[in-house]
Design a protein around this ligand. Structure first.
Ligand code: 13P
Ligand code: SF4
Length: 364
């Protein structure tokens, strides 16, 4: 019988730290711990590999470990399950670690949109469905089934280029900002080619004519963390420190990204700041745990890393993974118990893998 989580809830972080190390040592190469950059330090410090969504998907696909413990959010552990071997086990230390943006699109609403679009044109002939990796497995399966593809913040541009070679339009879900910011970088495309699909309204709140003219149909989803960043925050900061370089995640608004010197994934943000000259000042528009880590890491090199918003913008669902849950997961594995396994049904996984494999093929 598995050990109950209640036994762990009151443990302090220091005790967890020592016991996590001991459990990892006992498990050896049977277990790999993957961690997204937004994880808090007390968890992040135990990861074998860290990365953005694309890098972690590749790690999961290449891992030889029996158990993949994913310190991230639900869709990431699903991707690990889909891309790993059938006998490998993907584990999410806390099942409540979801992604509020991913929840903004679901299969019934996307199917309804596809059906409504088919009243105006033939979507399977004319529209490539693209789902951001921040989405449930059944939406990836929908894309696999309908000639579509998955993207991450790293490869969105390559994915859109691939799509426009296949079909003349894209339906992009759930994040309108990543879709808009990426489309804006493509040659020959105009912002007038974009429409936003409001999934609460019939025909997405659009006219048939607007749909016929559009190239990019953006789902009305967003990230509640990145929507806190505002262009005024950049202006105010630069008034004080005009030499500042601004770097933002593409889930931030179009206005914020337009005012940024660099836009890219979490891994891109880290690498860009790492490569910059000593003395550089950075204003960063992404999640707080990562920005705090960058501040700590690079202050010794004389780089100043600042958080863009005056408010705390942490991803509360990433934060669900705490050392207590990680320890609970690992000590259960030591006892031979698997807790919190993420298992995508076989038929969904098969179709989703088609869309994920297409993405991995077109990724840089
Ligand atoms: P990255 O793939 O850039 O790490 O982004 C994942 C994410 O959820 C950002 O909010
Ligand atoms: Fe989802 Fe936003 Fe959290 Fe990323 S930061 S996992 S998009 S809620």
């Amino acid at each position: 019988m598995s050990i109950a989580i209640q036994t762990y809830s009151l443990l302090d972080d220091h005790e967890c730290e020592e016991r996590i190390r001991a459990a990892k040592e006992k498990l050896g190469d049977k277990v790999v711990i993957l961690g997204h950059h937004y994880q808090r330090d007390e968890v992040f410090n135990h990861t074998d590999f860290s990365g953005d969504s694309l890098k972690l998907s590749r790690e999961a696909a290449n891992s030889k470990a029996d158990y993949i413990v994913f310190c991230g959010v639900h869709f990431m552990a699903e991707v690990a399950d889909i891309l790993s071997r059938p006998d490998q086990v993907s584990i999410l230390p806390d099942m409540a670690a979801g992604c509020s943006m991913a929840d903004m699109a679901d299969l019934p609403r996307v199917k309804k949109a596809w059906q409504e679009l088919s009243e105006v044109l033939d979507p399977d002939e004319m529209i490539s469905p693209v789902t951001y990796i921040n989405s449930a497995a059944d939406l990836k399966a929908f894309c696999g089934e309908h000639g579509g593809i998955v993207c991450t913040s790293t490869n969105a541009r390559h994915v859109l280029e691939w799509c426009f070679k296949q079909r003349e339009k894209v339906l992009f879900f759930p994040d309108q900002h990543l879709g808009r910011n990426t489309f804006a970088t493509m040659e020959g495309m105009s912002m007038d080619d974009i429409v936003v699909w409001d999934y609460d309204k019939p025909l997405g709140g659009l006219t048939p004519d607007a749909i016929r003219k559009a190239k990019m149909i953006l789902w009305k989803g967003f990230c509640s963390v990145h929507q806190m960043f505002k262009p005024e925050q950049i202006d105010q900061f630069k008034e004080k420190y005009p030499e500042t370089l601004v770097i933002s995640h593409p889930e931030s608004s179009f206005e914020v990204c337009q005012k940024s010197d660099y836009v890219g994934s979490t891994e891109f943000i880290i690498n860009t700041i790492a490569k910059s000259e000593p003395g550089t000042r950075w204003l960063v528009g992404t999640e707080l745990n990562l920005v705090n880590r960058l501040h700590e890491q690079f202050q010794h090199e004389g780089k100043n890393v600042h958080f863009m918003s005056p408010q705390v913008c942490m991803c509360s669902t990433m934060f669900r993974i705490d050392p207590q849950h990680l320890l609970w997961t690992l000590e259960n594995l030591v006892e031979g118990n698997v807790v919190n396994q993420i298992s995508v049904p076989e038929d969904v996984a098969r179709q989703a893998k088609i869309a994920l494999d297409r993405m991995l093929e077109v990724s840089p």
